[in-house]
Design a protein around this ligand. Sequence first.
Ligand SMILES: CC(C)(COP(=O)(O)OP(=O)(O)OC[C@H]1O[C@@H](n2cnc3c(N)ncnc32)[C@H](O)[C@@H]1OP(=O)(O)O)[C@@H](O)C(=O)NCCC(=O)NCCS
Length: 182
Amino acid sequence: MATQAPWPFDDPMSLYMDGHEREWAWLRGIWSGRGHVNASFWRLYFVVVIDGEPLGMQDLIGTNFAAFGTVSTFSWLSPEARGGGLGKEMRQAVLHLAFDGFGAREANSEAFIDNHASNRVSEAVGYVPNGITWATRRGESAQLSRWRLTREQWIKQRRDDIELVGIGDCLPVLGIDPSSAS
Ligand SMILES: CC(C)(COP(=O)(O)OP(=O)(O)OC[C@H]1O[C@@H](n2cnc3c(N)ncnc32)[C@H](O)[C@@H]1OP(=O)(O)O)[C@@H](O)C(=O)NCCC(=O)NCCS
């Protein structure tokens, strides 16, 4: 799982150590997140699979979702899989789950200002600029662009070729009231 510039966040998913330590920390981050799903915070870790081969991950995150109806996302693709439209497709897939499956009212996203691919994915699927914020990468502070997609904006660009299966069974464990999801 090689990293290369532009560096993403100082996040358990993207530690900058070399060798197995980084991979183990990355796996522990995912296992730990799966064990902590509850109504106040959940992070769903989806795997991007093409022809049976795992090529990346697309996370969907909800913090106090019942109150705010807001999700955020995190994506990572294997370097050889980038730039071919997959980033956009996988973001659209989890947005469909959030808005159509969970009844979300808003999605937000952020990326370092020099992360053109991530910022362009947000813009291309309908998010609008929502200010800036700061985070560290490799210990240095750097500016992030923030993006916001409302339900109304999502509806204008929603896809009609995505099928959601078994959502009803997932709602209680995520603390989502089925009547607010439909
Ligand atoms: C961010 C990431 C998931 C995007 O996936 P991707 O498959 O590379 O993106 P896509 O091919 O779907 O491209 C989406 C748009 O971005 C544009 N784009 C892609 N790479 C670009 C680049 N390096 N510079 C400028 N624009 C770029 C594409 O042209 C496309 O725009 P369009 O809709 O106008 O044609 C992927 O690049 C990645 O894994 N990067 C490393 C990890 C990371 O930074 N994650 C995000 C942390 S916030």
